[in-house]
Design a protein around this ligand. Sequence first.
Ligand code: AGP
Length: 610
Amino acid sequence: MCGITGYIGPKAAIEIALETLKRLEYRGYDSAGVAFWDGQSLNVLKRAGKISNLIEMAGDIRADGLAVSHTRWATHGVPNDPNAHPQTDEEGQVAVVHNGIIENYLELRHELSARGHRFNSDTDTEVLAHLIEEQLETSDNPEEAVRLALQQVRGSYGIAVLFARFPDRIVIARNDSPLVIGLGEGETYLASDITAMLSYTRKVILLENGDLATIKRDEVRLYRLDGSSIERPPMHVDWSAEAAEKGGHEHFMIKEILEQPEAVRDTLRGRLKANGGIEFPDIKLEVEDWQRYRRILIVACGTAYHAGLIGKHIFEKWLRRPVEVYHSSEFRYGDPILHPQTLAIFISQSGETADTLAALRLCREAGYSTLGIVNAVGSSIARECDHVLYTQAGPEISVASTKAYSTQITALYMLGLFLSNVNGTLSMQQYTDATRGLMQAPSLISRSLEMEAQARQAAEALKEMPLAFYLGRGIDAYVAMEGALKIKEIAYVPTQECAAGEMKHGPLALVEPGVVAVFVATQARTREKILGNLKEIKARRGTVLLITSEGETDLPQEADYTLFAPKVEPEALSPLATIPLLQLFAYHVARLRGCEIDQPRNLAKSVTVE
Ligand code: AGP
């Protein structure tokens, strides 16, 4: 997630802008920049890398009371100096910092280029600077210029704009990316996150979607995208700085679990169209190129591996292509039989996992097409894959992956549907049903997250469990494996995860009173078999927690606790609805057991060693 801070007032603006920006470093970023007024002109300093580089560059430059700064988490365009924010127009009349994704930036960029605008970066954000500057060619009203420019834009944004001709103000606007105004005495602060300004002011105004504002030293004026004025009363923030970093949540993990609807929405944005069409603007492959692939290989670790198993299920179901999924560490030391027409997919949140990177290099040496499903833009795996389908989860701080997983499977669902379309392996009705279901994913996840209280109650009842089975059949078994990893890594609960049908071939010996069996059961096809498995556990006085779909009546009768996930069609999309419940259950068990949660013992967020 990018960070924005700003200041307008009598003090040293660059110093305050960068000092408050440092409060947002925890969110992760790969470049930083600041725009400021030095008394004569509008200036921009920006660099790939850390804010400390910027502070060094700024040295003892004095800004005349106006500065806006930004940390960038790359979404479009690798982390380098030109792609850092602020982005400006050719003449440097307008400087823009932006959080979010401009969905229609490519078409705007083509139109602006046709009108003679010259671009200096690969970012989506730069189109905003040119659109605003274009409005100012025939207007002396910066607020109007921003408003009319934004009316041409589709997507999410939190922006702050400085103007060479109007150095007495900052114009800001919000749509899906938070912005907060901090009120001082004769000075005004701005940030994308309350954390940044708490040491300066606790009197804040939170912008709503569709709001714009003009900020001056002792005046804040709010208005809407349609030009109408609006009032938003200030509020007082009594959070501690540490609590504010986590958005008021106790841990990054719960914050990131709850961010999943937005993360999945951002991953779908600009790719899954309202008419059900799917495009990957960043992947330069023709239809016949995609049709060449007769086999699919998926290589990943941990949570990313579990996402890959979901990919296997849907590619084999929708595409009717053989799919092999490997743990990265096993792939590189095995003797995999690779077929020339293989699409090798590498899934990685960090893009730096050593085993996955090594496996990627093996495939590249063998000359196979490589596609990365990666969260960190410009990371090693992203750079070394032929093609990349970025997840847009934003920085994931907690070691336990949650929003990374849901955005990875979202990317796989889109890829599976896209490939089924170019290969004609789904009927129009099947394709339409699946894309319609996928479009609902953000609200589906939101509805699952509304079950948090029930998940917490189950956690309270089961928190002392000595051993937990995680069981399911088909795609549910793959979700169960991810649920097991969660409770293992943050609550240190020993788990036995397997296909439910495997229980009687050995694991059942472990069942005794006190052992808990967590079942994931959403598939109609295996429902009767799951009923039998539930009875197997109950007959041996195990305790059952059932995760099933709303409307299911028979299975809950055999369970001690049941969490209902929203029913989703087609059933292949059910992981989007069930995984949030398993994440919430694991989180609350860990919390009740007094575990560290965000930084579990023995684990690292990115395993960059073999
Ligand atoms: C999962 O919660 C862990 N953080 C871990 O298994 C992780 O998924 C694995 O190390 C892969 O990391 P990557 O996605 O960054 O490659």
